[in-house]
Ligand binder design. Structure first.
Ligand SMILES: Nc1nc(=O)n([C@H]2C[C@H](O)[C@@H](COP(=O)(O)O)O2)cc1CO
Ligand SMILES: [Zn+2]
Length: 162
């Protein structure tokens, strides 16, 4: 008996996980750069999601200004990767992959390495020439973490609420 085939145009795993990261990024209040991260375990289950946000309880007390010569957001903001790692409800991130909209900075690289994440899939590497990102790449590569640019296939996913 011939089997009825399933849909071909379903959302593939890696595109889904990056889309989850990008959806999380939409929650960010950063007026300039919104970042999301999604951690996936070896069974392809999501174990943590995060976006760049101010520390809990500090939301309306801290500035989103960008200029580093004055009081500025970089002193305070919790990066998407940090939040994703902290949002796992106790699941272990060891052996997991992280999908992230922007290449991790040096501080997040330390969390990724010490947490035992084995692979980082990133969409943008727009700050790659800065020292923090050179340091980050050096540490991640040194720790043997696989770094993979996300291969974009199509530029949008439409979510229709109707
Ligand atoms: N990988 C990252 N994850 C993040 O969550 N961020 C956050 C920190 C800031 O809130 C924003 C970057 O701001 P800007 O320098 O592009 O105005 O994105 C930044 C990076 C880049 O390292
Ligand atoms: Zn970071």
């Amino acid at each position: 008996m011939a089997l009825t085939p399933g849909r071909d145009d379903y959302l593939k795993d890696s595109k889904y996980f990056m889309a989850v990261a990008l959806l999380a990024a939409k929650r960010s209040k950063d007026p300039n750069t919104q970042v999301g991260a999604c951690i996936v375990n070896q069974e392809n289950k999501i174990v943590g999601i995060g976006h760049n946000q101010m520390p809990n309880g500090c939301d309306d007390k801290l500035t989103w200004a960008r200029d580093r010569t004055k009081d500025n957001k970089h002193l305070y903001v919790c990066h998407a990767e940090l939040n994703a790692i902290m949002n796992t409800n106790g699941a272990d991130v060891k052996g997991c992959s992280m999908y992230v909209a922007l290449f991790p900075c040096n501080e997040c690289a330390k969390l990724i390495i010490q947490g035992g994440i084995k692979e980082v899939i990133y969409l943008s590497d727009m700050y790659k020439d800065r020292d923090e990102f050179k340091a980050s790449r050096r540490m991640l590569e040194g720790a043997g973490i696989k770094l993979r640019p996300f291969e974009l296939e199509g530029t949008e996913i439409v979510i229709d609420f109707q």
